[in-house]
Design a protein around this ligand. Structure first.
Ligand code: URP
Ligand code: ZN
Ligand code: ZN
Ligand code: ZN
Length: 484
């Protein structure tokens, strides 16, 4: 066949196996896998490199106003460029409904914002106002537009939809084969802790961690799963930050509940001590759920290797360390008034590769599953997330030996800090293709603004749930002796 591009001699990794071979690309799709494929108008030598499906970032806040009215620092251009430098070839940020907005209005707004993307994109629809009109017309309209995932909040007064609202949404989601993502923290516990801390004048960033107890997450995860079971609908628990929460997810999943989940690099790499840095530096590390203790890191790595989480996601929520972001409410704002979230869309995969694969905690196959293949399955990206004939040629080529130190400049985002500054990383994506076209080539941006396309998604793929675990865990990660 007359290929447009041949990637040759790469160590190709999928979620199932690793082999050396060539990939032939034609018209933006993978046309052939083989050995010694000839031809190709362009040939990319991947000798000594690892070739994987491009990452699919399934949790990012891009060109999104928080409920408190703070606009994220990255739009679809800077956010997608940063994602691409981090080894991603597609992403699914959120389209957020604020109370009173119709769903069509929300989606039209994000369709306009998405025009700038260099990567293919879709969105999850955040619902803060499940009115009768939204349930009866808005959500079916979203589904008709290829939006097959909804997200709800159990916390934040302006977002919390309450248990009944969640049941209503789960019911509609079930009818359409959509999956409901949930930010699970017990709102009353958080508000009560906020009041106790405020009464004592304890408002520095470090108290943010105390204000959102581990129990608040565990309670809400448990409750969310029971609600989903009652409605017989699949549920996706986002940004699990605690061992107790992960244990609940695992137990329910392997007991047959339709539960999916993710954790994020910040909960593996950072701790609540980072909130205690001098002055207001700690504000950089304010996110919800909050950073936890070092014992949590070990427990979450254990769950990563075991199959508790389908994905590792960044929860990229970029608010600059200035008055447009973290300090919109003043330079010494009390922690409840500091914008929640931290950037990391370019760090998700380098971190996972370095601390996961290179450090021997997970296999390369699980890296592919956690970074791309599972997100494609869960969120209905039918042409992405796998290296196989017929799939989009969304491919990342990694140099597994590149050693580097993280700096803000490497992030290529619109931020003024990275919480991962100074971290040593082994392995780096050097080339990223999106539908066969180079977005990043040998570390240089090649994309033009707006070359990404919106993609409609299919219903959640429930095959293979509950996830299987065991042998790989034993092989890759001896938790009891090494990580505990
Ligand atoms: O603190 C965070 N994670 N902010 C982003 C919004 C969310 O809750 O995911
Ligand atoms: Zn070859
Ligand atoms: Zn959240
Ligand atoms: Zn988030």
């Amino acid at each position: 066949m007359d290929f447009d591009t041949v990637i040759h001699s790469g160590r190709i990794a999928t979620a199932e196996d690793v082999f050396t071979g060539d990939i032939g690309i034609k018209d933006g799709r993978i046309a052939a896998l083989g050995e010694k494929l000839s031809g190709g108008a362009e040939r990319i030598d991947a000798g000594g490199r690892i070739v994987v499906p491009g990452g699919i970032e399934a949790h990012a806040h891009i060109a999104q106003e928080s409920s408190a009215g703070v606009m994220s620092a990255d739009d679809y251009y800077s956010g997608s460029v940063s994602a691409a430098f981090g080894g991603n070839s597609a992403f699914i940020p959120f389209a957020a409904q604020h109370r009173g907005q119709s769903i069509d209005e929300v989606l039209d707004t994000y369709d306009a914002r998405g025009q700038r993307s260099v990567l293919d994109y879709s969105y999850h629809l955040i619902i803060s106002d499940p009115s009768e009109q939204v349930l009866a017309e808005g959500l079916p309209q979203a589904f008709a537009r290829g939006i097959t995932s909804f997200k709800v909040f159990m916390t934040y007064d302006l977002m919390n939809i309450g248990d009944e609202g969640m049941l209503d949404i789960l019911e509609v989601a079930r009818a359409h084969g959509a999956i409901t993502m949930v930010h699970a923290e017990n709102n009353a516990m958080v508000k009560w802790m906020n009041r106790k801390l405020a009464d004592r004048g304890l408002t520095a960033p470090r108290y943010h961690a105390l204000s959102r107890p581990e129990l608040a997450e565990a309670e809400a995860i448990h409750r969310a799963i029971q609600l989903a079971k009652l409605a017989d609908a699949p549920i996706f628990i986002v940004h699990v930050s605690t061992e107790a929460g992960a244990d609940i997810v695992r137990r329910e999943k392997f007991a047959g509940a339709k539960v999916f989940s993710e954790t994020c690099p910040q909960y593996l790499a950072l701790t609540r001590d980072d909130l205690d840095r001098p002055g207001m530096e700690g504000a950089k590390f304010v996110c919800s759920p909050p950073l936890r203790g070092p014992e949590t890191q070990a427990a979450l790595w254990h769950h990563m290797a075991q199959g508790t989480f389908e994905s590792l996601s960044s929860d990229h929520a970029p608010y600059r360390f200035d008055e447009t972001g973290k300090f919109l409410n003043g330079a010494d704002a009390p922690y409840p008034k500091i914008a929640n979230g931290m950037p990391g869309i370019a760090m998700r995969l380098p971190y996972l590769f370095s601390e996961g694969v290179m450090a021997g905690r997970i296999t390369l196959e699980r890296f592919v599953a956690l970074s791309s293949t599972n997100a494609a399955k869960t969120f209905g990206c039918t042409t992405k997330g796998r290296i196989a004939p017929g799939m989009d040629a969304d491919i990342a080529i990694w140099n597994p030996e590149a050693e580097w130190t993280v700096t803000q400049a490497d992030q290529h985002d619109n931020m003024d800090y990275t919480p991962f500054e100074g971290m040593r990383i082994t392995g780096r994506p050097e080339t990223v293709l999106s539908r066969g076209a180079a977005v990043i080539r040998d570390g240089e941006l090649q994309a033009t603004e707006g070359q990404g396309r919106f993609f409609a998604r299919a219903p959640v793929d429930m095959s293979g749930i509950p996830a299987v675990s065991g042998p790989e865990f034993d092989r890759a990660c001896n938790f009891d002796t090494e990580l505990r």
